[in-house]
Design a protein around this ligand. Structure first.
Ligand SMILES: C[S@@+](CC[C@H](N)C(=O)[O-])C[C@H]1O[C@@H](n2cnc3c(N)ncnc32)[C@H](O)[C@@H]1O
Length: 277
């Protein structure tokens, strides 16, 4: 049987929650083989099971049949985006300026900004002469990002995509994924980092950061249940012999987003360059 949107959705939702087929089977009181057959399209769940499956994955039944991840809820954050014009702020971080140093736009250079939020990073790069594509799962954020880009007279290719099931089809000079990699559960990370690397032009950069678990840093009060911490130095380990680290660092910083008590994060970040032998 051909794979269906339903099978794709069940697979994506399970992966997104970082669960094995066995765990889903146990919760739904079915066999792991049934989950496997649903996911590879060999069979479909019984109609009576649909409310239970939808409830388990916290989506509507429509959502189970929806196109890709469009019906996934970004729990918690989405409502904040709706209530604020700019939720994530518009401060350009030091790492963005470093990109200008390590790969200045002396010729047309393309950049993909993954998890672009309200577009401040994308706009910064566009204003500095890069050709920018930027994606996010949140429609509200993308709408705001479009508006913000317009204010600065910048043309940016904003599009909706979920990093978990987005296949990057063209190559970029820079893949910039800062602030969004916590939405990738451990099991999916190697695959997504590999995709970033394969889709980067020789001489190009990957710019990535991740929030790291530390026993002495309290969990953030607004930590999303779809977000996962990284191990110390984990992001560096995804980059092998063909990559030169231009920057590797671990920082602690106070996080201030609207209406959330001030809290701290530990963050690892890197700028790595793909070397052509
Ligand atoms: C912490 S914010 C960072 C926004 C921006 N990069 C910044 O630094 O200001 C995380 C962003 O990632 C987006 N996001 C969450 N899950 C995602 C996913 N699976 N794929 C792509 N973007 C995602 C959120 O909607 C949000 O805009």
């Amino acid at each position: 049987m051909k794979e269906s949107i339903l099978s794709e959705q069940i697979y994506t939702l399970r992966k997104r929650m970082g669960l094995t087929q066995e765990v889903v089977a146990e919760k739904l009181k079915i066999t792991p083989q049934s989950v496997s057959r649903w996911e590879n399209g060999q069979s479909r769940p019984d109609i009576d099971m649909l409310p239970k499956i939808a409830d388990f994955f916290d989506v509507s039944i429509d959502g189970l049949f929806g196109y890709r991840a469009d019906n996934l809820r970004i729990l918690g954050y989405e409502k904040n985006y709706k209530n604020h014009e700019v939720y994530w702020g518009n401060v350009i971080q030091r790492i963005e300026r470093k990109v200008l140093k390590f790969l200045p736009p002396v010729k047309p250079l393309s950049i993909l900004n993954v998890g672009c939020g309200e577009g401040q990073t994308a706009i910064f790069f566009a204003r500095n002469g890069y050709i920018v594509s930027a994606c996010d799962t949140s429609e509200k954020n993308l709408e705001q990002a479009e508006k913000n880009a317009e204010k600065f007279g910048q043309k940016i290719n904003f599009f909706k995509a979920d990093i978990m099931n987005y296949e990057i089809e063209t190559n970029f000079d820079i893949i910039f994924a800062c602030g969004a990699m916590q939405y990738v559960p451990l099991k999916e990370r190697a695959r997504i980092f590999k995709m970033f690397q394969e889709q980067t032009n020789a001489g190009g950069l990957n710019v990535v950061n991740a929030i790291v678990e530390k026993s002495f840093v309290d969990p953030a009060p607004n930590w999303d249940e779809n977000a996962f911490l990284y191990e110390t130095a984990e992001i560096f380990k995804y980059y092998g012999a063909d990559w030169k680290f231009e920057l590797m660092e671990e920082n602690y910083f106070d996080c201030e987003v609207k209406n959330i008590p001030r809290h701290s994060h530990c963050m690892d970040q890197l700028i790595a360059r793909k070397i052509l032998k």
